[in-house]
Design a protein around this ligand. Structure first.
Ligand code: NAD
Length: 266
């Protein structure tokens, strides 16, 4: 399978080059960047500090799509509809990691998904997606006598709390329990809070140092406690998951898919 990378000189783009080269069952079709990018014309191998691959960064996304079976896009929201159109024209599967998409961008992806397979995820880490599935399952099995608490830690520069992934874990636990997160979520505790309300899903946030991202989901009852946890130490995990998604699209029917589909969680 031939995999192309748009935005190949970006932080994730470089990780994606490495991930495609390391994966079995695929080869690198090439990489593109927006016109005028400083890395234009650079060899893709040199870009990641490896030996030259004989593939140069170009600005012709159309040509890249023409020689790819799947294209991975970790770029910017404005580029997404352009790439969605090219995917349809060339019947190429699309893997979208770009975040911050507005309704118009999502509509462009939904339209493309009528013709090709599109996988979109705000977090392509296989481990985090596995954690989401396990959390959903555990919440389905364990009744409300098990208190759910979600603990996350990130580096000192992170500006939002709880993290988007912590909230997604809360959604997964609520879904497993057939509850509505907004009604049971306890995002902050301070002062005289009174006893814990049965059925609540609690959140706790830690910030410090250079932690890439750590999440734990705790199910605590009288007599036992189950803890599911994930620790990220490099952004390479997102690239690895995206390449896995690209490989998964091979022979797949058109449609809009998520990592939940790729990993086979119901
Ligand atoms: P970055 O700025 O380092 O890289 C983005 C690259 O895309 C740049 O090189 C830029 O020139 C290029 N680009 C922009 N418009 C383009 C266009 N029209 N055609 C071709 N290239 C274009 O950013 P990054 O840290 O690599 O992140 C990129 C995106 O991926 C962001 O939206 C980020 O939030 C997202 N992201 C998602 C996940 C996930 O798991 N889904 C993980 C990490 C980052």
């Amino acid at each position: 399978m031939k995999i192309g990378i748009v935005g190949a000189a970006g932080r994730m783009g470089r990780m994606l080059i490495e991930a495609v080269l390391a994966a079995k069952g695929c080869e690198l079709a090439g990489g593109s960047e927006q016109p005028g990018h400083a890395a234009m014309g650079d060899d893709l191998g040199a870009l990641i500090g490896a030996k030259p691959l004989g593939l140069k960064i170009g600005d012709d996304a159309k040509a890249l799509f023409a020689r790819s079976d799947a294209v991975i896009d970790f770029t910017a929201p404005a580029a997404v509809p352009v790439h969605a159109k090219l995917a349809v024209e060339r019947k190429v599967a699309l893997v979208i990691g770009t975040t911050g998409l507005a309704p118009a961008h999502l509509e462009a992806l939904a339209a493309a998904a009528k013709t090709v397979a599109v996988v979109r995820s705000a977090n392509f880490s296989i481990g985090v997606n596995l954690l989401l599935g396990l959390t959903r399952q555990a919440a389905r099995v364990l009744d409300e006598s098990y208190d759910v608490e979600i603990l996350e830690m990130h580096h000192r520069h992170k500006v939002d709390a709880p993290s988007g992934t912590a909230l997604a874990l809360g959604e997964a636990a609520a879904e497993g329990r057939q509850a509505e997160l907004a009604k049971v979520s306890q995002r902050v505790r301070d002062g005289h809070t009174g006893p814990r309300r049965s059925g609540d899903i609690g959140f706790a946030t830690l910030r410090g140092g250079d932690v890439v991202g750590e999440h734990a989901v705790i199910f605590a009852t009288e007599g036992e406690r189950i803890e599911l946890a994930h620790k990220a130490s490099t952004r390479a995990i997102f690239a690895k998951g995206a390449v896995r998604a690209a490989l998964w699209t091979q022979g797949r029917k058109p449609g809009l898919y998520s990592m939940r589909d790729v990993l086979g969680f119901v």
